[in-house]
Design a protein around this ligand. Structure first.
Ligand code: SAM
Length: 212
């Protein structure tokens, strides 16, 4: 799977944006941001070869659903093969921006969590803002948008979200910012609250918000 990922990187370096999939430590840290004790609808933008998708599918309840949006045809085909026996997982070969349409056509009102590994920083500003708006609108009122990125530049654009928190996670090549954007539309006081980034080099995996 990693070989396929690397081959696709060679084919489309800007779209794939990484030569290796996320590390196990990063995958576990990202999964710890989600509560899997209840049925969930989760969307993932840019699953690649499925390293986060496998962990989410492993943790989520039998009546949960995971929608995978992968732009690369070869990676999408590999994901379809990988999850062929799992009716909870829906592979969509297409742009993350098709989320509202794909949710509606499957009868899902909204998502509990949206996870993204797509290289947001290379998107044109209009596309970036439009995708952030669609993402916000597709989340339940207390939903979370979780990203892992080499830079944390998306924070300055994701002002539609009421609150965010970031950490700098060193146990990945390259190190990544993990940022959780919270949709809390009923929050009083207005304005966006932001928590400073912190390094998790030695504390990685310890004190996670919740481990299912
Ligand atoms: C950095 S890789 C992340 C792969 C995997 N999630 C991981 O953590 O190893 C980014 C992936 O996002 C996909 N991608 C890029 N832009 C996308 C878009 N607009 N919609 C869906 N997938 C996209 C790429 O094809 C690639 O598989």
């Amino acid at each position: 799977m990693s070989t396929l990922f690397f081959k696709r990187f060679l084919k489309r370096p800007f779209q794939i944006a990484s030569i290796v999939p996320s590390s196990k430590a990063l995958v576990e840290r990202v999964a710890s941001k989600m509560d899997f004790t209840q049925p969930r609808v989760i969307a993932e933008y840019g699953p690649g070869e499925g390293v986060h998708s496998r962990e989410i599918a492993r943790r989520m309840t039998p009546d949960s659903h995971l929608l995978l949006f992968e732009l690369d045809a070869a990676l999408a085909r590999a994901l379809e093969r990988q999850f062929a026996g799992d009716r909870r997982v829906h592979v969509i070969h297409g742009d993350a921006a098709s989320l509202p349409y794909e949710l509606k056509r499957r009868g899902f009102a909204s998502c509990d969590y949206i996870l993204s590994g797509i290289p947001f920083s290379i998107l044109k500003i209009e596309k970036k803002r439009a995708l952030l708006r669609k993402t916000y609108d597709a989340l339940k009122p207390d939903g979370k948008f979780i990203i892992y990125q080499v830079t944390n530049e998306l924070k300055q654009h994701a002002t539609v979200f009421q609150r965010d928190e970031s950490e700098y996670f060193l146990q990945n090549i390259p190190p990544m910012f993990i940022t959780v954007f919270h949709k809390t539309p009923s929050a009083q006081g207005g304005g966006r609250k932001s928590t400073k980034s912190k390094s998790r080099s030695r504390l990685a995996g310890v004190g996670a918000e919740r481990s299912a």
